[in-house]
Design a protein around this ligand. Structure first.
Ligand code: SF4
Length: 478
């Protein structure tokens, strides 16, 4: 539960950029109603991994230069005046402009001026918030030198004047926000709001207003255009005709409009609407789900668990390919391909059912990683008569459900839909990554086995859930 209070200072910080890009209401609230909220275990893991990366960059710089740790804005200024080679955790302030920044490093250039540098886990220097942050450091330093980014993939990227446009837009936008006495009006975004610390603060307002953007498939921009056209609530949309709804961005054509109307009806009544008969492929179904770790030292996702559920689908039939760490990545991939070949021999017509595109795209990435695009099993898995079947597709194509998101857990956990509950209520893909990270660092064998067993239990429930979803679809919509 978040606790809100008014922050003491209203300086613009580069770290405001992420909020500003995601939602201007969030950026405004950060300045007016700071939320003290508990950081979840996954974000803490990301934070800790970021610190590790920063420490490794620091160690490299210390090998080459004398590095001075700055303790304050004044101390940073002094260190710069003294011309030290590298300043760690620098603090830069421009009171007149209301800007403050904390570059990880200031590195002295041969000209005597300083270049700002940050360590980032990202593989890309083109991300908007990186461009804004580094652009702002350059603004605070007021020189022409480019900024540096020590990226997660080991590259050092250089960012120069190209960051100015974004940095200018950010500063202007933030100044406007700071001058606003009232929070800015925004639309709901399921992907952003449900992970936002202000969710419980904002959500009741959207609900009271029956904001159209609460509906799955109705983009915030479409909601604003519909409001301009006189349809501003979910009730109004539910009672509209396709013909009376104008074409607006993200909501064009009768099919999409009809779906939006049904989504509004479903939201209000909890009713399920079937658009077409659900067609499922014939054959022996094997349910398939992977768990992968994005936080490897190389930042190449490591699949630590390939989980499969074959007939007759009891817990005993759950089969796994597990690898203890990324050094076994290749062996895990090969064992997965061998397992698929075993199933292929065993069942003449095989369907490998998974939910969303992640499994297919991971197989593609692995085949590329190990230059195995021409491997017979890979060609079959990714070819024209692929056994892979994404179960999200028939759901999205044929059903309108009383949901805001069409993820596996949204559908399966809903008591009026599949109504399958995971044994561990807290579990999820990010939870699994956190448990695996604990598995990697655990030194006690008992702890390791316990963590592994919890991860396997979660993955088994995932494949049991897709099996339950299959049965639900067959019993009601085929
Ligand atoms: S809950 Fe949504 S609307 Fe509110 S601040 Fe967060 S992202 Fe913005």
């Amino acid at each position: 539960m978040a606790i809100y209070h008014r922050p003491a200072q209203n300086l613009i910080k580069p770290s405001d950029a992420a909020s500003w890009i995601s939602c201007i209401r969030r950026a405004w609230l950060n300045k007016n109603l700071t939320a003290d909220f508990e950081v979840d275990a996954f974000n803490q893991l990301l934070f800790d991994t970021g610190l590790e990366h920063e420490a490794s960059v620091l160690a490299k710089l210390q090998d080459q230069h004398e590095v001075h740790h700055a303790a304050s804005v004044d101390h940073t200024r002094k260190l710069m005046q003294n011309g030290v080679a590298v300043i760690y955790q620098a603090r830069l302030l421009n009171e007149q402009e209301g800007l403050i920044g904390y570059p990880d490093f200031l590195i002295r250039h041969e000209s005597g001026q300083y270049q700002p540098a940050d360590a980032k886990l990202s593989h890309s220097e083109h991300k908007k918030n990186i461009q804004i942050q580094l652009g702002l450091y350059r603004r605070l330093l007021a020189n022409e030198l480019p900024a540096m980014v020590f990226l997660g993939d080991g590259r050092t990227a250089i960012l120069g004047n190209e960051t100015d446009v974004l940095a200018d837009a950010f500063i202007t936008g933030m100044k406007e926000l700071l001058s606003m006495p009232q929070q800015p009006a925004v639309r709901y975004s399921h992907s952003k709001c449900r992970i936002c610390p202000y969710y419980t603060y904002c959500r009741p307002e959207f609900e009271t207003q029956e904001d159209l953007s609460l509906l799955y498939g109705v983009h915030g921009s479409a909601a604003s255009h519909l409001t301009d056209a006189g349809i501003s609530t979910i009730t109004q949309l539910a009672s509209s005709d396709v013909e009376t709804i104008p074409d607006v961005p993200y909501l064009k054509g009768p099919k999409r409009k009809q779906r939006a109307i049904l989504q509004a009806k479903s939201f209000l009544s909890g009713e399920i609407f079937q658009l077409n008969k659900v067609e499922l492929p014939e054959g022996t179904w094997i349910h398939f789900d992977i768990e992968d770790n994005p936080l490897t030292p190389t930042r190449e996702r490591h699949v630590y668990l390939w989980g499969l559920l074959a007939p007759p689908y009891s817990n005993k039939d759950y089969d796994t390919i597990w690898t203890d760490d990324e050094t076994q990545d290749y062996q895990g991939w090969i064992r997965f391909l061998e397992k698929i070949e075993q199933y292929r021999t065993q069942y003449s017509s095989l369907v490998l059912a998974h939910y969303s595109n992640h499994e297919r795209s991971t197989i593609k990435k692995y085949s590329k990683r190990y230059a195995m695009q021409d491997h017979a099993t890979v060609l079959w898995l990714l070819g024209n008569d692929s056994p892979l079947f994404d179960m999200q597709k028939p759901v999205l194509d044929n059903l309108v459900l009383p949901l805001q998101g069409y993820g596996l857990k949204d559908i399966c956990k809903h008591p009026n839909l599949v109504n399958f509950q995971w044994e561990n209520e807290e579990s999820g893909s990010q939870w699994s990554v956190v448990q695996f990270s604990r598995f990697l660092t655990a030194t006690n064998l008992q702890d390791k086995l316990k963590l592994k067993s919890e991860i396997l239990g979660y993955n088994r429930d995932d494949v049991v859930a897709t099996r339950q979803l299959e049965e639900w679809l067959r019993s009601k919509f085929c």
